[in-house]
Design a protein. Structure first.
Ligand code: ADE
Length: 324
């Protein structure tokens, strides 16, 4: 009989703890979480750590959302793309008695919104660069069967070289494989008023008022798919070129009314190719949005004249536009 071995079975790598990091400045504040700059003490590497208050999450019944965010970030981090490395990755998670911690990529150049607000608007070349990187990110995300559902310039960060890093997957949805979520079937509803069907709106509203798609707003679809992100993509292109989102108003109700009526205007000097792409993304019917019926995701957007000359596969290796 063999002697019992003193060797231990290989153990799982030990979990990180908050003591492994030196916490620095506050990078962002959410309703139940804060994001801090933090340095891995041993590796001397910087991260952004999202710290969530457990009590607050339980009180606000947000546990499922946090779980989904972790699940989505884990999928994205395990499926990194060579041609679309445009996501904040998740490196580790851990918890203590009061808090949950998400160790994520630090984006030193901050929010794209701040860059846009600083310059007021982007010229066409700058817009094409950032929109091209965002499109590459959406192709990768949708191929992974993930819909972001809260795409907006605040959720688009920039790495040290000025390339796009999409973040905040707290509203994201994973499409189950039997869901035909690319083009969902409409549910029976006669109402055009987003406030008339309180139940469906309560169930379906995710995202930020200005960028939310009509189908999400009206609760017309039990399944919201990739076209919801194509709608937000159209809003973002419009915002890059004008400095403000297309649907604005003094309150959410008035913004929603404008969205469901597709009530927005282009300034007279708005580029005609950009106008065509935006008009074709901001379509009421999800299935009519440019790209939504592509078999090879999103060839019809990539081949639109607005993007003429852009080599999408090398954007991540190019120098971002300069502003002088
Ligand atoms: N603010 C929120 N998340 C961030 C991140 N990952 N990097 C930099 N700033 C952030």
């Amino acid at each position: 009989m063999s002697q019992p071995t003193t060797e231990e079975a290989p153990s799982k790598p030990t979990k990180k703890t908050a003591n492994d990091y030196a916490f620095g400045k506050l990078l962002g504040e959410g309703s139940f979480s804060n994001v801090y700059l933090a340095k891995d003490v041993k590796a001397q590497r910087e991260y952004a750590i999202k710290v969530c208050d457990k009590m607050h999450i339980i009180r606000e019944k947000k546990a499922e959302l946090i779980q989904r965010e972790k699940q989505v970030m884990t999928i994205i981090s395990h499926h990194r793309s060579d041609v679309a490395p445009f996501f904040v990755n998740l490196y580790a998670t851990f918890q203590d008695s009061e808090r949950l911690y998400f160790v994520m990529t630090y984006a030193p150049s901050g929010e794209l919104l701040k860059l846009l607000n600083f310059h007021k608007t982007f010229n066409k070349e700058t817009c094409r660069f950032y929109a091209g990187e965002i499109l590459q990110a959406l192709i990768h995300l949708h191929n992974l069967k993930i819909v972001h559902r809260d795409l907006k310039p605040e959720n688009i960060l920039l790495n040290e070289f000025g390339h796009v890093l999409i973040t905040d997957f707290g509203s994201a949805k994973i499409m189950s494989s039997n869901e035909k979520a690319d083009l969902p079937e409409p549910e029976k509803s006669n109402s055009d008023d987003p406030t008339s069907n309180k139940q469906s709106r309560k169930n379906s509203f995710v995202g930020t008022a200005q960028y939310v798609s009509p189908e999400v707003l009206q609760g017309k679809y039990s399944i919201v798919g990739p076209p919801a992100d194509l709608w937000a993509f159209g809003c973002v292109i419009y915002q890059f070129l004008t400095g403000s989102s297309p649907f604005n108003g003094p309150n959410e109700y008035l913004i929603f009314q404008k969205i469901i009526k597709i009530n927005y205007d282009f300034p007279p000097d708005f580029d005609s190719e950009a106008k065509d792409i935006v008009e074709n993304l901001l379509r009421l019917e999800p299935g009519e949005r440019l790209g939504s019926r592509d078999t090879d995701r999103y060839t019809s957007i990539k081949s639109h004249e607005f993007f003429h000359g852009i080599d999408f596969d090398v954007l991540h290796k190019q120098d971002p536009p300069s502003f002088d």
